[in-house]
Design a protein around this ligand. Structure first.
Ligand code: HEM
Length: 500
């Protein structure tokens, strides 16, 4: 200690500063690589963190795109990032270069929350054998349980009836629909994963939903971003328990449900749901150290399906109802189509879609306008690759600005307005649009897309068959501006549901 005198302190500080600058330069050396995408000059240590508004990154990216073009680079602290904008660049990266761009950047906090090389779930799994195995399992198991088939349709239709009953209980009084939408959509995931639904007032279900809301806040919180950026902090004893109590409580609730399932499972019978099918795979994989089918991974896969499948679908439905009260003329046209094609006597079915071009256009336009996951999920290059003539080295994080496609001024007639005609031709037929990309594209695109489409169509048409929605008397017209976050929610609003 005696060595740290005033005379030695100065040179030591200079040496430390020089060392840190060298480390910093090392981290951003790829900026000087030939054909690396252009971007704003990074500051030492912070990189471009100050040039990106962490509360509305989409807005910062729009400005940077105007300056640097569709493919630009950023340095977020020490992480090299390339932001992809517009249909052409995103399609090239995710579809044509899928083999190079399907990895995920490591998320340090998950390593402290039960993830390991053989137990990574699906969403944040690194691109490799374990991810491939689990993705294939989820897609095929969900399909066997009815994804795109009648049996799942029945689950959703029955849940839609429960949702309508809960709306009717509001007796025409103003209410915010979000909580009820969450309950209905989570029940669809519960039926897939655990072969059961919960009553909307079941205290255990209310606890699960509360905890899920907490998890969403924890994962998108500022503190989480700091911990992921400086992972050494996660090693401080007690930090993980303090910062992620919701995550741990959610996992404990899932563990309880899985344990109950094990007790009622009969391996001699065909699997009742995804959990049973997974447990069958765990048994088959015993003695195979390579397999990703393990008890630890089961809880992560189920948790992924709940987190990815719940908020996304219920937020989209919240946008749909908001846009119906803001555009009563559109609502009336949907109801007219429902009355003509389905009537009031029977429930809507997926087969009705083919005869309901206007309703289809409205559901698509809700997703386009709502733009709920504007920046997709982060990808990472697993080897050097090329997009739009730029070279992107292995290990670079890719941000796919899906919003820039859904709101592209060169593609859509009225990109910033709710305009169902975007999906209709002159004869009123429904037309698909290539730039409709809310589920992303390529190998990592949303695996729940068929289920999400089914839920959106059936919940939406069931609700509009039974009710007319309006802005509560005396309340101002709600805004159609979203609240920016990892998921863009509509600004809080209330509506009245009047039985038809
Ligand atoms: C309106 C509803 C939904 C939207 C807009 C949506 C959108 C997305 C997007 C943008 C991604 C990221 C794709 C990428 O990395 O490029 C994604 C991934 C994913 N989604 Fe969805 N999603 C929805 C519903 C669902 C549902 C209902 C489920 C499950 C039942 C689900 C399960 C997943 C999973 C597991 C992934 C990760 C796929 C992988 O990494 O391989 N999603 N979703």
């Amino acid at each position: 200690m005696g060595l740290l005198t005033g005379e030695t302190l100065g040179p030591l500080a200079v040496a430390v500063a020089v060392f840190l600058l060298l480390v910093d330069l090392l981290h951003r050396r790829q900026r000087w690589a030939p054909r690396y995408p252009p971007g704003p000059m990074p500051l030492p240590g912070l990189g471009n963190l100050l040039q990106v508004d962490s509360l509305d990154r989409r807005c910062s990216f729009t400005q940077l795109r105007h300056r640097f073009g569709d493919v630009f680079s950023l340095q977020l602290a020490w992480t090299p990032v390339v932001v992809l904008n517009g249909l052409v660049a995103i399609r090239e990266a995710l579809v044509y270069r899928s083999e190079d761009t399907s990895d995920r950047p490591p998320v340090p906090m998950f390593q402290h929350l039960g993830c390991g090389p053989q137990a990574e779930g699906v969403i944040f799994a690194r691109y490799g054998r374990a991810w491939r195995e689990q993705r294939r399992f989820c897609v095929s198991t969900l399909r066997n349980f009815g994804m795109g088939k009648k049996s799942l349709e029945q689950w959703v239709t029955e849940e839609a009836s429960c949702l309508c009953a809960a709306f009717a209980d509001q007796a025409g009084r103003p209410f915010s629909p979000n909580a009820l939408l969450n309950k209905a959509v989570s029940n669809v995931i519960a039926s897939l994963t655990f072969g059961r639904r919960f009553e909307y007032n079941d205290p255990r279900y209310l606890k699960i939903l509360d905890v899920m809301e907490e998890v969403e806040k924890e994962h998108s919180g500022f503190l989480t971003q700091v911990l992921n950026a400086i992972p050494v902090l996660l090693h401080i004893p007690g930090v993980v328990a303090k910062v992620f109590p919701g995550h741990r409580a959610f996992m404990a609730l899932l563990d309880e449900l899985v344990a109950e399932h094990r007790m009622t499972r009969d391996p001699a019978q065909p699997p009742r749901d995804l959990t049973d099918a997974f447990l069958d795979e765990v048994e088959k994989a015993k003695g195979n150290p390579e397999s990703s089918f393990s008890d630890e991974n089961l809880r992560l896969v189920v948790s992924d399906l709940f987190t990815a499948g719940m908020v996304t679908t219920s937020t989209t439905l919240a946008w749909a109802l908001l846009l119906m009260i803001l555009h009563p003329d559109v609502q009336r046209r949907v109801q007219q189509e429902i009355d003509e094609v389905i009537g009031q006597a029977r429930r809507p079915e997926m087969g009705d879609q083919a005869h309901m071009p206007f309703t289809m256009a409205v559901v698509h336009e809700v997703q386009r306008f709502g733009d709920i996951i504007p920046l997709g999920a982060p990808h990472m290059t697993s080897r050097d690759t090329e997009v739009q003539g730029f070279l992107i080295p292995k290990g670079t994080t890719l941000i796919t600005n899906l919003s820039s496609v859904l709101k592209d001024e060169t593609v859509w007639k009225n990109p910033f307005c709710f305009y169902p005609e975007h999906f209709l031709d002159a004869q009123g037929h429904f037309v698909k649009q290539e730039a409709f990309m809310p589920f992303s594209a390529g190998r990592r695109s949303c695996l729940g897309e068929p289920l999400a489409r089914m839920e959106l169509f059936l919940f939406f048409t069931c609700l509009l068959q039974r009710f007319s929605f309006s802005v509560p008397a005396g309340q101002p017209r709600p805004s159609d501006h979203g609240v920016f976050g990892p998921i863009v929610n509509p600004s809080p609003y209330q509506l009245c549901a009047t039985p038809r």
